[in-house]
Design a protein around this ligand. Structure first.
Ligand code: UD1
Ligand code: CA
Length: 460
């Protein structure tokens, strides 16, 4: 097992977010920033992770849910102080290297982590700071280079005029030799303008010990990006959103216009599929080839086959097969399976049901807790009555059945293969194969009803 480990700093509040939620829990493309950082570690095969929590720590604790170790920093006395809280954890990996990351800088990537570790080890550094060269370094710690590595990191508030001009900045991510990190943490003093224990001071401390500090400049300039307020968070979302969309374009997915399109990172889309504005694809959604998705679809954890068209559809935790046409204004609720060739039209809701091949449910219909065969036709306004106020029951409909307009199917009930229900029928008993179920009141005509009524009113 690897002796390398990671400490993720997530103790900060993020006052300018104006929220009770710790900043690392704010979401970028549907996932907390902290989760992005954890995933980058996992992708770099670093699985010994310790998360430092502080402000409203219960929120982070509940989210992590014992997946990884968490330690509490009761008072926020700086980034160095935050790392000190993980001392006991670090001692378990004393022979290896420690990666320190900020829980609110989501775009750290596994390549940067792996390449900087290679550099760190090949140079036998005690600390390797992951840096980036930026146009506007304001607010970041500046890197002071020497012939043989770096000599210091100077924080914005402590930097003199010359130092403020330096554009190579500290991303807030580092590799340390764990034993040197533990030693230098003991030496940290809050002697600076903010009265904090700066992790960045470990650089001059290790140099003072005759050890080596160096910097690894990341190719990914986004590694430094973080959010201090809602505008910053919106900017991170925008960067991540376009990054994902660009990758899909490279894979042959078409976007005529990207307005309002949000695709989470794990979504898979086949070539020649077109995504139209207002479409949000979430979770583990998989979309096949040659589909048209949108405008205005919200699809979550759903598998969609090839050649399928979804227009103004919301679908959750379901499977929609090939050559299906759904929409507009359709709600596919969890555990539904819409088989190939189906047509589901406007104002239809499907829940926890199987809809067989080539079945049509064209308008204003509710299909819940049902097993529907293939080539079934639903008229307009049908309802599977699946709930009696205390328990749910299923409806079964055979192949080639015809469900007339405004049919109510009182579950549990079965309509046989090839059977018909007449328009307006409330079906309370099973319908045999090929039969017709009809249940209507007697039809009457009352001649001149309106005229008689009018006369009566006139008399009064
Ligand atoms: C830090 C670096 C700076 C670097 C910048 C990159 C120091 C002294 N400075 O500055 O050189 O350019 O990051 O973004 O380290 N945190 C805690 N407990 C604390 C303080 C912070 O857990 O007591 C966490 C925060 O939640 C955050 C991370 O540490 O995830 C960085 O803290 P932040 O206050 O943003 O550091 P900066 O001042 O931006
Ligand atoms: Ca910061």
């Amino acid at each position: 097992m690897s002796q390398n480990c990671a400490v993720i700093l997530a103790g900060g509040q993020g006052k300018r977010m104006k929220s009770d939620m710790p900043k690392p829990m704010f979401k970028v493309l549907g996932e907390p920033m902290l989760e992005w950082v954890i995933k980058a570690c996992e992708e770099a095969k670093i699985n010994n992770i310790c998360i430092v929590k502080g402000f409203n720590s219960n929120i982070i604790e509940e989210y992590i849910n014992s997946r990884y170790k968490t330690v509490l920093q009761e008072q926020r006395l700086g980034t160095g102080h935050a790392v000190m809280q993980s001392n006991d954890f670090l001692k378990e990996y004393i022979e290896g290297n420690t990666l320190v990351l900020c829980g609110d800088a989501p775009f750290i990537d596994n390549e940067t982590i792996e390449n900087s570790l290679d550099y760190h080890q090949s140079k036998d550094n005690s600390v390797t700071v992951i840096t980036s060269v930026v146009g506007n370094p304001f607010g970041y710690g500046r890197i002071i280079r020497s012939n043989n590595g770096i000599t210091a990191i100077v924080e914005q508030k402590d930097a003199n005029e010359e130092e403020q001009k330096i554009c190579e900045i500290n991303s807030g991510a580092y590799w340390f030799k764990t034993k040197d990190l533990l030693k230098s943490l003991e030496e940290l003093k809050p002697n600076n303008s903010q009265g904090e224990y700066y992790l960045t001071d470990t650089v001059s401390i290790v140099i003072g010990m005759g050890l080596k500090a160096d910097a690894f400049a990341s190719q990914n300039s986004n590694v430094v990006l973080g959010a201090n307020d809602r505008k910053g968070l919106n900017m991170l979302n925008q960067v991540a959103r376009m990054d994902v969309i660009n990758k899909h374009m490279e894979n042959g997915v078409n976007f005529v216009c990207t307005d309002g399109i949000i695709i989470e990172r794990d979504v898979v889309i086949g070539a020649n599929t077109e995504i139209l504005p207002g479409t949000i694809l979430k979770g583990n959604t998989v979309i096949g080839e040659n589909c048209v998705i949108g405008p205005n679809c919200l699809i979550e954890n759903t598998k969609v086959g090839d050649n399928t068209k979804l227009n103004y559809v919301q679908a959750y935790e379901s499977v929609i097969e090939d050559n299906v046409k759904i929409g507009p204004f359709v709600h596919i609720r969890p555990d539904s399976h819409i088989k190939s060739g189906c047509k589901i039209g406007d104002f239809v809701e499907v829940k926890n049901s199987v809809i067989g091949n080539n079945t049509a449910v064209a308008h204003l219909t509710y299909v819940g807790d049902s097993d529907v065969g293939s080539n079934v036709n639903f008229g307009c306004g049908c309802v599977t009555v699946n709930y009696d106020g205390s328990k749910k029951a299923r409806t079964t409909i055979g192949d080639n059945a015809f469900i007339g307009c405004n049919t109510n199917l009182i579950a549990p009930v079965t309509v046989g293969n090839g059977a018909y229900t007449a328009a307006g029928t409330t079906v309370t008993k099973n319908v045999p194969d090929n039969a017709l179920a009809i249940e209507r009141g007697e039809f009457k005509i009352k001649e001149d009803f309106a005229l008689r009524k009018l006369k009566k009113r006139h008399k009064d």
